[in-house]
Design a protein around this ligand. Structure first.
Ligand code: COD
Ligand code: ZN
Length: 364
């Protein structure tokens, strides 16, 4: 089957035929229907995040079950599924305490399936699976717990986006920050994930929602998803601007949704005393944020990380499906470009070049 393989950072993905072994026990063979273009894959392509290579990237996917391995009960051939990039083992401390997004076994087996082997290979060369999803391919084999069933009339591109940007962004607002009505919120980075933090804040009845981005087009686009104010750090000091918009206090909740020490610091400094700073982006490996520990104490700020929207995919993705169906989450409007798998390198140039919204691969 055809897949897009990354052999080396800073090099284009190679579209080629690779072998995909049948699913083992507890695994599911899926025909990929849609795959979103997310900056996290770009972090690996650019060498900003380390990953075992070669790898089939793509962690925002949906598809149809082709066949299942031994003992699989959650899905059957023909089912439509959202693919979760943190499937859970169900046995570790974190799974058992209701934080399946932090599953230990998933973290310890990064790049492979749970049994530490890959189903993907080319001759004798093993090819890794990004996020145990590897959806930049015609087909994939994924853990059963990474399959979240949706009804067969649910659109595949929208299902794919629930697999990453919607759940990561809305979840950061809803499950991690738990924004209270009337709050002032600032979101640094209004890309695919940031727009979903913004619409999550709108859903939770935030008072002010300030979008911060260096790209004017992204700021205009953010107004459609609920931003009430915009700030462009290339034109004004973002911290001063956020303070001015919040009566000199700073925001109750700030979110960092790009992935750099600079934007983390902006989010941190723009939060008011007692405010909450939620970091969603992964800064490049080795990057450090200079935070004054004395001010942290005196100002009682809360600085938190948020992975996968602090969501429990099996429980919370069906909530995203319901909110979309009820017209409370706009996923259609997020999808601004569609691509063929063959055009994946162009798709990554487009996200890096600053195109608004989300691109989705719909032809494999
Ligand atoms: N100030 C404000 N905005 C900025 C700045 C800046 N200095 N620099 C860039 N931006 C903006 C860009 O213009 C862009 O609009 C936005 O930041 C980033 O948007 P996208 O669409 O390029 O990126 P996303 O939304 O697809 O991904 C953002 C993440 C933070 C999720 C991603 O980069 C990341 O770090 N992922 C790792 C964390 C994670 O959970 N990964 C797993 C699945 S995503
Ligand atoms: Zn993503």
């Amino acid at each position: 089957m055809k897949a897009a393989v990354l052999y080396e950072p800073h090099h284009p993905l190679i579209i080629e035929d690779v072998a995909l072994d049948p699913p083992k026990a507890g695994e599911v063979h899926v025909k990929i229907g849609a795959a979103g273009i997310c900056r996290s894959d770009l972090h690996v392509i650019k060498g900003e995040a380390n990953h075992l290579l070669p790898v089939v990237l793509g962690h925002e996917g949906s598809g149809t079950v082709l066949d299942v391995g031994q003992g699989v009960t959650r899905v059957k051939p023909g089912d439509r599924v959202i693919l979760a990039f943190v499937p859970y083992c169900g046995h570790c401390h974190f799974c058992l305490s209701g934080r399946a997004n932090l599953c230990d076994l998933h973290g310890a087996t990064s790049g492979t399936l749970f049994d530490r082997t890959t189903r993907l290979h080319k001759g004798s060369q093993r090819i890794h699976h990004y996020g145990k999803v590897a959806c930049f391919a015609q087909e994939s084999v994924v853990p059963e717990t990474g399959c979240i069933p949706v009804s067969s009339d649910f659109p595949l591109p929208q299902a794919a986006l629930i697999g990453c940007c919607v759940t990561t962004g809305v979840g950061a607002a809803m499950y991690n920050a738990r924004i209270t009505p009337g709050s002032a919120v600032a979101v640094v980075g209004a890309g695919g994930v940031g727009l979903n933090v913004i619409q999550g804040a709108r859903l939770l009845n935030a008072g002010k929602i300030i979008a911060v981005d260096i790209n004017e087009g992204k700021l205009e686009f953010a107004m459609r998803f609920g931003a009430t104010h915009t700030v462009n750090p290339t034109i004004q000091d973002p911290v001063a601007a956020i303070k001015e918009l919040t009566g000199g206090l700073g925001a109750d909740y700030t979110f960092e949704v790009f992935g750099s020490s600079q934007t983390v610091l902006t989010a941190y400094n723009a939060a008011r005393k007692g405010g909450t700073v939620v970091v969603v982006g992964l800064a490049p490996t080795g990057d450090n944020v200079p935070i004054d520990p004395v001010a942290l104490v005196r100002q009682e700020k809360t600085l938190k990380g948020c992975y996968y929207g602090s969501a429990r995919p099996a429980i919370d993705m069906p909530v995203m499906v319901q909110l979309y169906r009820a017209g409370k989450l706009d996923i259609d409007g997020l999808i601004t470009r569609t691509y063929k798998l063959d055009d994946i390198n162009q798709a990554y140039k487009d996200i890096d070049g600053g195109d608004v919204g989300r691109g989705v691969i719909t032809q494999f």
